[in-house]
Design a protein around this ligand. Sequence first.
Ligand code: GDP
Ligand code: GDP
Length: 455
Amino acid sequence: AVQEGFDLTDVEGDLAAAGHGPLPVLAVVGRPNVGKSTLVNRILGRREAVVEDRPGVTRDRVSYEAEWSGRRFKVVDTGGWEQDVLGIDASVAAQAEFAIEAADAVVFVVDATVGATDTDEAVVKLLRRAGKPVVLCANKVDGPSAEADAAMLWSLGLGEPYAVSALHGRGTGDMLDAVLEALPEAPAQTFGATIGGPRRIALIGRPNVGKSSLLNKVAGEERVVVNEVAGTTRDPVDEMIELGGITWKFVDTAGIRRRVHLQEGADYYASLRTAAAVEKAEVAVVLIDASESISVQDQRIITMAVEAGRALVIAYNKWDTLDEERRYYLEREIETELVQIQWAPRVNVSARTGRHMEKLVPAIETALAGWETRVPTGRLNSFLGEIVASHPHPIRGGKQPRILFGTQAGTRPPRFVLFASGFLEAGYRRFIERRLREEFGFEGTPLQISVRVRE
Ligand code: GDP
Ligand code: GDP
């Protein structure tokens, strides 16, 4: 799972792209089993190998970095989310809504061998209302005889159906050309938000941890909770809030304030909202209800932020309710359940009493500073040289893989490319990450480390 060869043009491409901030987002939507995941894998192709190389990255990934014809973008695979309690129609509608809110363009996948179903038609309505560019992928066209099936999909009114076999790769090039045409150069969601603009914060956490209360507290006023009907789409609402003398943009607060009345699948729906907010933010403040045990859902939300490459702050809320015993067990839980994000700044707050609200901004600033840290190549390589000398990689099959050279290809979050003479084991990569953090800080930021091997 490692790229081969020394392709320095790749690194230069990384470097060139690094200063350009967030990438445009492509969402892949469609009914279950139409081939979304297969298509996403096909789009990622060789790039996927690099992603797999990131230490600690394993599950619940929301978006992946892809490249076609020299342009980079993010692909959001909604396929993994639907094994939930929602019915098919509801889950596909929720995906489409997510895509509409968070994506800059959408690939709508239809199984051409089945043809357009009622569910497909419903999604088309949602997509059309949103006005985002849509590329129609007529999938499972494995050979010329199925071309006619693809042509039937003109009836959806989304323009040309691109006949594709995600499984075999047939037709994906033409479709990706159309995707590039549909994608804007820069993501619309982050417009005006580069250096100098307000920093973007996603306040996330599972239902009832106190997001709405915290938002009201920091905004310094009680606001009207907007009641909305679940399933309707609308523009996300960002709120500008002044904290510590600085104006911050809290993104997608509509998702926080909205009360979703879904008996089943509310959690699923909330996770879509979380993903949308994370995509738009620079820093995620994950709120955890300190009065309850840290849950799998809390961990999933943290993982979303980490895998999206956002700066991270953990806020333990409802601190006013904690007795000594609970505080003791909370610390044990943090040690065992959240060991993988020990690097994230932590604040213990109460949205009810206002406890430690003033610590929130310094924590956010620390995380953003770590997120933007750049290590000069010379310094990085003298550091790598010392590690290689003092802690060489274990010998495997008579060979000793060595790190030959490294460069920081980007920031926000810091991305490193290491060139090595052989495959570096996961344990060794984790060790390198740990040492990088000890040496250079990187508080509050995930690190992305990819390894390129020269055989
Ligand atoms: P998802 O649920 O939409 O993500 O669908 P998957 O990507 O998991 O694919 C569902 C099934 O369709 C799998 O068995 C795939 O191998 C199959 N499939 C996906 N794309 C194609 C294709 O282009 N041709 C054929 N024949 N099968 C495909
Ligand atoms: P959200 O679903 O994450 O937006 O959570 P809410 O802000 O609606 O809060 C859920 C419940 O927790 C409400 O009853 C709040 O009053 C309560 N709550 C929120 N923050 C605190 C806190 O710091 N201390 C206590 N004791 N209760 C809180």
